[in-house]
Design a protein around this ligand. Sequence first.
Ligand code: SF4
Ligand code: SF4
Length: 305
Amino acid sequence: MRVILTFFKDIPVLFRTYVSPQILHDIYQLIVIKAKRLTGLFPVEVHVTEHCNLNCKGCNHFSSIAEEGFLEPAQFEKDLARLAELSKNYFSIKILGGEPLLHPQITDFFDIARKHFPSTVVQLTTNGILLLKQPESFWLSCKKNKITVSVSQYPVKLDKKGIKALAKAHDVKLIFNGTTAEERMCKIPLDISGSQNMKKSHRKCPISWGCCVTLRDGRLYTCCIVAHIKFFNDYFKQNLEVCADDYVDIYKVSGKGEIIDFLEKPFPFCRYCATSKTSFAQRWGHSQKNINEWIDTPARPPAGG
Ligand code: SF4
Ligand code: SF4
């Protein structure tokens, strides 16, 4: 019953905060995510590569300002074994980045994920740029491990026909997500002073309901922003603090119920997000690595004012 109530509670929040050309897609996504909670499948994202070959302006994973970095398969195995211990059927796994296809051992992650989660969805989320360059062994591993290849679309040239043909030839499930429209980037502006109201920020946040729950070094975070803020702090010499109340340590919880309880609630880091100023149709472009791509910038005074 609580899950059903939460579901209906989120719809007005969407309408208040989320009016944009993307609204139908977003409502659809909300329904999918909530349905996954009801049916017992909860997507968990893992960065296997920190950096990216597309370097988008204002990337919400901070990959365009991240140092080159690769996840060790051994760390992935340790964390997934623990997650599976908490529930083998409840979590589905999204392998992403940054750009995951930059990882030289990408297929190791497929084997590990499928070993610990034999019957749930394991998805590779990629910008697709490197898909046609993958060796035969990549496609064979996707097939063997039943990996869903999900291509996040951007306004860049991509040989969709060629990718579709390869996936079909290897009997691999392929989906194209998002849009190639120029105005497609979501910006949740950061308030580096941390003076937002935590509860209000969380309530108005378009991603607080579970679309990008992130597992990083044994910790589960509600969203990609808090999970990867380290890259923003390092690059711009900032100190947006992450404390022990901002995540769940999967090695300390007694069961998946504790995780779900945590994911439903606001947490201290939300005070850094000016979610009431979220924009869903920022023009896509390459990052200039300028802090204004991520922070809440004052509105320009009217001309002549
Ligand atoms: S493709 Fe995705 S991960 Fe890479 S920079 Fe763009 S938004 Fe970030
Ligand atoms: S930290 Fe909180 S308010 Fe900010 S994006 Fe994540 S869930 Fe939303």
